[in-house]
Design a protein around this ligand. Structure first.
Ligand code: SF4
Ligand code: SF4
Ligand code: SF4
Ligand code: FES
Length: 946
């Protein structure tokens, strides 16, 4: 594998045709056609000085320090912009070249003096390196000419500084922003010596379109763009390569530290999910890990009205085990359960479900995927045979058409969004199906062919109508269907989908999408050589979430868009390890690897390895646990790294259930909303404090490596292990790698996975076993995991959540780039400077009708409850639809969401709530009570910490 940390100067071109052979400084080398002379030199082990070139960006040719001599050519061409030719003889070293290069560097130094000693980039500045290699210490031209030395710094961004006086106008930042990030926020103002990099129209970075991805900072060769912690503390001294703990893209990073302080997170060029790119969250928002609010000592209390008492680990574990055992003695084995976390590692998640099944003696385990992507698991397993996305992220580079449905990648999966935009700028077509006009609909140099603004709740009608057009207009891929799919179900589905009820004309009333536009979109989809579908929670979080997922799989099968690169069905997972927590057996009916608990053969395998008896019946799902708690049958709950009280729907019902528990154990890094109802608070460890693995949305297993010691002394898996031991079921691991070895022994899709292999390969996409020892980037290549693909009947049943005169608007929810999920991490970072409260987006027509103006307080009332948010008036939402995010607990977004859930998986219907909105002047009753309760709980915590 090439060492991707070495900058080869220009990108490697796609290998088309025979390689080209040449010599560089007498060394023979052969490189792909289209490679630059600079790249060939680097491949030959010859270093050519460079400033504007870097191998993650196309060559630009502005600095002229990379000049070379080529036999038979006049002059001194720039090696970065000159392509290799067969038989070329290149010379990179001569007195003449050295003189020319020195002259260029001296010109730079006349505007950027080599006063390196006091500079934060001293030691990693490329200008300094080039000057040193050429023996340039000062400039013959002096500093008297026009220069940028008195330019003001832009410190507006909370994470990095722009100092124009250190800028050499190499355009790397601009190209990174354009080509890699796709935001086009930067430009150069002025000409010649007066030219200056500027964000937007001479704005500050904060005022501009910049989304703080950090790509410009990573690409800047000098100190001009620099992270503030590095300016403050100096360059890092050591590096630990790990995986982002935010979204399901799973970007790889180098955590760079000085002592025990993480100074910056630099995206890893060798990271297969991100290839050196990042977003604001992973790149900059890591400060929460050492925030003063971190819980660093275990705490216990008898009742939630008591103050907390700080205790040692031993006492806390003993107290917890005793209380849970006492509950089981009194109310029965099934009266307790556990929740695993999609933010924790695979090994931690695996251990929690093992503890529930082996130590608690029941299957009452569930996970937060219940409330996000459980319909993906059900829908894809039913149709294709595996509960996971079908592609690697880089597959999108081969897509000719992309359908994005119920997802907003620019905000929720930003690094994937950048990849997608890159492909769209290359000419791929885009269809967006979403009630809201997401950024992708019209981004810089990107425009969707169709934005189908579906009415919330009409996904099934929409996807059926797409398939209806394909089938009734004869646009299906008959050969694929015949070879790859079960014929009888296909014929039944074909009859069903051809029915008039599924036509765009008949579904128009439900979807709100004009039939002619839907027909045009379906034809475009069917005609594309490679059409890929990416979807998100806007698909799954509905009463028919599983049905829509099956409808998506049907459409992909009907058009032959599965089993190769550039196509596929791709769920964009919300949290970093949602895929992993599902893989690891977090659902009450499934053991790791999605094997049903009722299967005696599978159970026996686990019983022998775990040396215990397993209960054959599925346990309780999260909503069942809450119902059982309210009815008095469920009394104890262990929740690891999950904030049910904020993230789950129908807050009133949920609070009642949490209050009814006799022992609630929360393991988390902060006093989260759920912990305010807890009796035991066990400190969690952040991703920087532990070893393990995460599995991202493309089934990619990546290493999480410990950068600092756990603040509370133990990693999360150690805490679970101690609790299991105290409960009487022995666990004895000395490192998470042993847990992964056990997972591999028990799980066929993981049988080839080990830490040794992960270290060697960087990451692995499961299945990884004897048939695929290095993993499986594309699934279902020759046949589906279930054998033949299954067309499921997907009848549209409108949700019972309807608009009425009393509740005439439909509320739907989503995410914002700078905040993450319940916000517990990002709210404790400067990301809040970008978005400090949840707001209600409303169309100006709806607002005017209600006398609501920009920034006014709006009461939002649904059948479930009421809350108050500020209004933002925008035509991003259509009339009749309002939209909010759910990152701040005081917003009470889940006060208004209802109890409705997916028929197959109980995934809540977050995306459709009928509401009325009116002008109000004060917070809702719930918000007032929430403030009181929170303040009381924080006081009880503060008392324990004094
Ligand atoms: S931080 Fe990202 S979005 Fe902002 S200017 Fe730099 S590259 Fe562009
Ligand atoms: S800010 Fe940095 S990357 Fe951008 S032009 Fe200036 S020196 Fe080059
Ligand atoms: S895209 Fe997701 S995984 Fe990547 S840095 Fe951002 S939050 Fe982290
Ligand atoms: S590196 Fe070739 S012109 Fe700048």
């Amino acid at each position: 594998m090439p060492d991707l940390q070495i900058d080869m100067g220009t990108p490697i071109p796609l290998k088309i045709g025979l390689p080209v052979a040449l010599t560089v400084d007498g060394r023979p080398v052969s490189v792909p056609r289209g490679a630059s002379v600079m790249r060939a030199a680097a491949e030959a082990g010859v270093s050519v000085p460079k400033l504007c070139a870097t191998d993650s960006l196309d060559a630009f040719g502005s600095c002229r320090v990379c000049l070379v001599e080529i036999e038979g050519r006049k002059g001194y061409p720039a090696s970065c912009t000159t392509q290799v030719e067969e038989g070329m003889v290149v010379n990179t070293q001569s007195e003449r070249l050295a003189g020319l290069r020195r002259n260029v560097v001296e010109l730079y130094v006349s505007d950027h003096p080599l006063e390196c000693v006091g500079c934060s980039a001293n030691g990693e500045c490329e200008l300094q390196d080039v000057a040193e290699s050429l023996g340039v210490e000062s400039s013959r031209y002096g500093l008297a000419g026009a220069n940028h030395q008195s330019s003001e710094k832009d410190e507006s961004n909370p994470y990095f500084t722009f100092d124009p006086s250190q800028c050499i106008v190499c355009y790397r930042c601009i190209r990174a922003c354009d080509d890699i990030q796709g935001t086009f926020a930067l430009t150069v103002d002025g000409r010649g010596y007066a030219s200056k990099v500027t964000a937007g129209q001479m704005d500050s970075f904060m005022q501009s379109d910049c989304v703080s991805c950090g790509a410009c900072v990573d690409h800047c060769p000098t100190e001009a763009l620099m992270e503030k912690p590095v300016i403050e503390h100096g360059l890092p001294e050591r590096t630990v390569t790990t995986t982002c703990a935010y979204c399901g893209v799973g970007c790889s990073f180098h955590a760079e530290l000085k002592g025990d302080t993480v100074l910056r997170m630099t995206p890893d060029k060798a990271g297969q999910a991100n290839e050196g790119h990042a977003c604001i969250k992973g790149r900059f928002a890591f400060g929460y890990a050492t925030h003063k609010d971190r819980i660093t000592s275990p705490m216990i209390r008898d009742s939630i009205d008591d103050p907390w008492r700080e205790v040692g680990w031993e006492e806390a574990i003993g107290y917890t085990a005793e209380r849970l055992r006492a509950i089981q003695d009194k109310y029965g084995t099934d009266s307790i359960g556990g929740i695993t976390s999609s933010r924790c590692t695979n090994e931690e998640t695996y251990l929690v479900q093992k503890m529930v099944r082996a130590a608690f003696g029941n299957n009452n385990v569930d996970t937060c995927a219940r409330v996000c992507h459980s319909p993906t698991g059900y829908g894809l397993k039913t149709t294709l045979g595996e509960s996971a996305g079908t592609q690697a992220f880089n597959s999108v580079a081969k897509a000719d058409l992309v359908l994005v449905m119920g997802a907003n990648p620019s905000d929720a999966h930003p690094v994937f969004a950048s990849r997608l935009k890159h492909r769209l700028r290359e000419g791929a077509k885009l269809i967006v199906a979403d009630p809201r006009r997401i950024e992708l609909v019209s981004a810089p140099h990107v425009r969707a062919e169709h934005h189908l603004a579906l009415r919330p709740g009409s996904n099934v009608a929409f996807i059926n109508a797409m398939a209806h057009v394909v089938i009734t207009e004869g646009l299906e891929d008959s050969a694929f269907i015949e070879q790859r799919c079960e014929q009888e179900p296909y014929q039944q589905w074909r009859d069903f989908i051809s029915g008039e009820q599924n036509s765009p004309e008949m579904t128009e009333r439900s979807t709100g999408v004009p039939a002619s536009e839907l027909r045009a979109a379906a034809r475009l989809f069917a005609a594309a050589p490679n059409a890929a579908i990416y979807y998100g929670l806007g698909v799954s979080e509905h009463s028919q979430g599983s049905t829509t997922v099956m409808g998506i799989a049907n459409l992909a099968m009907a058009t032959g868009n599965l089993g190769r690169e550039g196509v596929g069905v791709n769920p964009l997972r919300g949290q970093n390890n949602v895929q992993g927590s599902c893989d690891m057996g977090s659902f009450p009916h499934e053991l790791p690897g999605y094997r049903h608990i009722s299967d005696p053969v599978v159970r026996k395998l686990f019983e022998e390895e775990w040396n215990t008896r397993l209960h054959p019946d599925p346990g309780l799902r999260i909503p069942n646990m809450f119902d059982a708690s309210i009815s008095g049958n469920f009394k104890g709950l262990y929740v690891q790294g999950e904030d049910l009280a904020q993230s789950d729907p129908n807050t009133h019902h949920l609070e009642k259930a949490l209050r009814a528990l006799e022992c609630l154990v929360v393991q988390d890094i902060f006093l989260n909303e759920t912990a305010k109802f807890a009796h035991v608070l066990l400190p969690g460890s952040s991703f920087l404090e532990k070893n393990g693995t995460f599995t991202n949305a493309e089934r990619r297993i990546s290493m999480v490596r410990k950068a600092i010691e756990p603040l509370a002394g133990l990693e999360d898996w150690e805490v679970t292990m101690a609790l299991s031991n105290a409960m009487g079921y022995p666990m004895n691991y000395s490192h998470p790698s042993e847990i992964m070895d056990e997972i591999a022994r028990l799980t066929p899709t993981f049988s080839g996975v080990s830490y040794e292999k992960l270290d060697r390969l960087g990451s692995i996409q499961w299945p990884c076993n004897d048939e695929a020892p290095e993993g499986t980037p594309t699934m279902h290549v020759d046949e589906f995991v279930r054998g033949k693909g299954y067309f499921a009947i997907t009848g549209f049943i409108p949700t019972s959540e309807r608009t009425t005169r009393k509740y005439p608007l439909l509320l739907t929810t989503g995410r914002i780039l700078s905040q993450y999920n319940v916000g517990a991490q990002t709210r404790r970072t400067p990301n809040s400077e970008f978005y400090s409260e949840d707001v209600l987006e409303m169309h100006p027509f709806d607002a005017e009708e209600r006398g609501i103006g920009e920034g006014d307080c709006c009461g939002i009332a649904s059948r479930a409850g009421e809350t108050v948010l500020r209004a933002v008036l925008t035509d991003r939402v259509q009339p009749g639809v309002v939209y909010t995010t759910f990152h701040f607990p005081a917003s009470g977004a889940n006060i208004i969401t209802t109890d409705n859930s997916d028929w197959a998986t109980n995934c809540p219907e977050y995306k459709v709530t009928a509401v009325q909105v009116s002008l109000v002047s004060e917070p809702s009753q719930w918000q007032q009570k929430y403030r009181e309760f929170t303040s009381r709980q924080e006081t009880l915590l503060d008392k324990a910490r004094v």
